[in-house]
Design a binder for this molecule. Structure first.
Ligand code: V55
Ligand code: FE
Length: 481
C-alpha cells in the first residue's frame, strides 16, 4: 500500500506531516545575542503523523510523538528532534502503515494490535527523578535519553503506578522536589477511577489517593496549591456504546454539570470537598493558590466545549467560545458547593504558564499565547506571547509578526531573582517561509522583542508542551540550589 496523506486542510501547509528527525549543531543567530547565563535545555513535544491515519478525518492530537530539544551552551544552541519509539511506533514502523484507528478508540484498531498500547507520547516532557519522561494522558510515560532523545522504554515508577495511564500535565514542586501526577479512567477506558500520585525527588511514589469521578470524562490538566490539589471534571464524556460502535472517544454533554474535587495534597480521598457549576470546559490551568479558607484557580475557561472535534452528544452544532483567563474561587470554609467566577482579562489566551517557583503560591505574573494585538477584528490570531500582571490587571505582549504562530512559552527561572525576572523561550512558526525560529525574550520586557532570535532552516511542526531544564538540574536532579 503506497504511503499517501489525504489532501485535507489538516495535512496541508503548516499542518503537513514532517516525519523528519533533525540534528543541527549551532543554530544561526539571526538577531541579538543569546544571554550568557542561559545554559540548559528546552524540551518540547508534539504530534507528527508517522503514517497516514486509518481514518482520514482523525483528530490532530492523535499524531505520533516527536520530541524536540534545544540545548543552550555558552551562547551556542544545538537542535535535535527524534520520534518517540514506543510500542505503537515500532509496530507501525514494521508494518509500514497505521495500525491504530480513531483517537483512543481501540475498537477501531487493526486486529493485529489487539491489547497493545495506543499511546502516542505526543504531549509533554518533564525532567524529574533523573529521568526525562515523555507524556501522553492515555498511557504511561516513556523515558528518553536527555542528551540523545533515544527512547529507553515505558516507566511505571518501578511498578508503583498501577493506573493504566498518567497525565501529560503533572505539577513540579521545585521547593519540595516533588512531582504531583494523576490518572483518569485509571483502570481503563470508561472507568470512573481517578488516581493521584506524588513522586519524591528520587522518583519514588510516596503517596496515592483513589476516588470516583462523577463521570468517565476527560481530565487534561489539574492544579495544585501549597496545601491542596484541584481536579476539574468537565462534561466531555466517554461512552462505551459509542466507542464500541466506532464513534468518538469523547462527546460534549452540556446537560451535565462541571465538578471540582479539592483534597489535601497528602490527604485521603475521604477528605475531598466537591464543588459544582454549569457545563464549561478548559484544557489548561495557569495556577492555583490559597487565601485563608479560599482556593483560587486561574484557568483558560471556555463557556462551552473547548474542542470543535469532539461532537455534542445530541448532534447539535459546535458553538465556538473563546478561552478567557478566569479566576474560580472555592471556599473550603463555607458549606455550599458553588463557586465564584471572575474574568482576569478580556484577551483570549491559551497555554497558560507562570514562574515555576510560584506554582501553588500567590503569584503576580502569568504567561501564555494570546491574541495578537494586531489581529484583525473577528479573527482569533493567536500569534502573540503575553504576560498577565494580575496585580495591575495589565497585559504586555509580543507579536511574532504577520502570518506567524507561536508555541507555548517556557519560563526560565533565574535563581534568586524576584518573581517574573527571567526569560521566555518560544518556538515561532514562520508560516510563509515554512520554517521556524526560536525566540528568547526578557520576561519583563516582552514588548521590546526578542533578546535573541535563532534561525532554523526547518519547520518545527507545532508542539503542545515542554519545559526548560537548567544545566544544573540536569546534573543534580534538583532545581533550586
Ligand atoms: C488535550 C490534548 C491531548 C489529548 C487530550 O489539549 C486532550 C487537550 C495532546 O493530546 O490527548
Ligand atoms: Fe495540554
Amino acid at each position: 500500500m503506497a504511503v499517501a496523506f489525504s489532501d485535507i486542510p489538516l495535512y496541508r501547509g503548516w499542518g503537513a506531516p514532517l516525519r523528519v528527525e533533525s540534528d543541527i549543531r549551532d543554530l544561526e543567530v539571526a538577531q541579538g545575542e543569546v544571554p550568557a547565563d542561559l545554559n540548559g535545555t528546552l524540551y518540547r513535544c508534539g504530534p507528527d503523523r508517522q503514517y497516514p491515519p486509518m481514518f482520514k478525518d482523525d483528530v490532530f492530537i492523535d499524531g505520533e510523538g516527536m520530541a524536540h530539544m534545544f540545548r543552550f551552551d555558552n551562547g551556542h544552541v544545538d537542535y535535535r528532534s527524534r520520534w518517540v519509539r514506543n510500542e505503537r511506533f515500532l509496530l507501525q514502523e514494521k508494518a509500514r502503515r497505521s495500525l491504530f484507528g480513531r483517537y483512543r478508540n481501540r475498537y477501531t484498531n487493526d486486529p493485529s494490535v489487539a491489547g497493545k498500547s495506543m499511546g502516542t507520547a505526543n504531549t509533554n516532557a518533564v525532567w524529574h527523578g533523573r529521568k526525562l519522561l515523555i507524556l501522553k494522558e492515555d498511557s504511561l510515560p516513556v523515558e528518553v535519553d536527555p542528551d540523545t532523545l533515544a527512547t529507553r522504554g515505558t516507566w511505571d515508577f518501578a511498578g508503583a503506578v498501577k493506573a493504566v495511564s498518567l497525565t501529560a500535565h503533572p505539577k513540579l514542586d521545585l521547593h519540595r522536589n516533588e512531582l504531583l501526577m494523576f490518572s483518569y479512567q485509571a483502570r481503563g477506558d470508561c472507568t470512573r477511577d481517578f488516581a493521584f500520585y506524588i513522586a519524591d525527588a528520587a522518583g519514588k511514589i510516596v503517596h496515592e489517593a483513589w476516588f470516583d469521578m462523577p463521570y468517565p470524562g476527560m481530565v487534561h490538566d489539574f492544579a495544585v496549591t501549597d496545601t491542596h490539589i484541584i481536579a476539574p471534571f468537565f462534561p466531555l464524556i466517554t461512552e462505551l456504546d459509542v466507542i464500541k460502535s466506532g464513534g468518538p472517544f469523547y462527546r460534549w454533554h452540556p446537560e451535565q454539570q462541571s465538578h471540582f474535587a479539592i483534597l489535601p495534597r497528602r490527604g485521603p480521598a475521604s477528605e475531598i470537598r466537591w464543588f459544582r457549576g454549569p457545563a464549561v470546559s478548559a484544557g489548561h490551568m495557569m495556577n492555583a493558590y490559597n487565601e485563608g479558607s479560599k482556593v483560587h484557580l486561574d484557568l483558560c475557561l471556555y463557556r462551552g466545549n473547548c474542542f470543535d472535534f469532539f461532537p455534542t452528544y445530541d448532534g447539535s452544532p459546535f458553538k465556538p467560545v473563546p478561552p478567557l483567563l478566569t479566576r474560580l474561587t472555592f471556599d473550603l470554609g463555607g458549606k455550599h458547593d458553588g463557586y465564584e467566577a471572575s474574568l482576569l482579562s478580556q484577551a483570549p489566551c491559551e497555554m497558560p504558564k507562570c514562574d515555576d517557583r510560584y506554582v501553588g503560591k500567590p503569584y503576580r505574573y502569568g504567561y501564555g499565547i494570546c491574541r495578537s494585538p494586531t489581529a484583525k477584528a473577528g479573527e482569533m490570531g493567536f500569534g502573540a506571547i503575553g504576560r498577565f500582571d494580575h496585580q495591575r490587571s495589565e497585559l504586555a505582549a509580543w507579536s511574532a509578526g504577520e502570518n506567524c504562530g507561536v508555541h507555548e512559552p517556557n519560563f526560565v527561572v533565574k535563581p534568586g531573582a524576584p518573581e517574573g525576572a527571567g526569560y521566555l523561550i518560544v518556538i515561532v512558526n514562520r508560516i510563509a517561509e515554512n520554517r521556524s525560529d526560536l525566540a528568547v525574550l526578557d520576561a519583563q520586557r516582552l514588548s521590546d522583542g526578542p533578546l535573541a532570535l535563532l534561525k532554523l532552516p526547518v519547520r518545527v511542526r507545532s508542539t503542545f508542551h515542554g519545559m526548560w531544564v537548567p544545566e544544573r538540574a540536569l546534573a543534580t536532579g534538583t532545581y533550586l540550589a
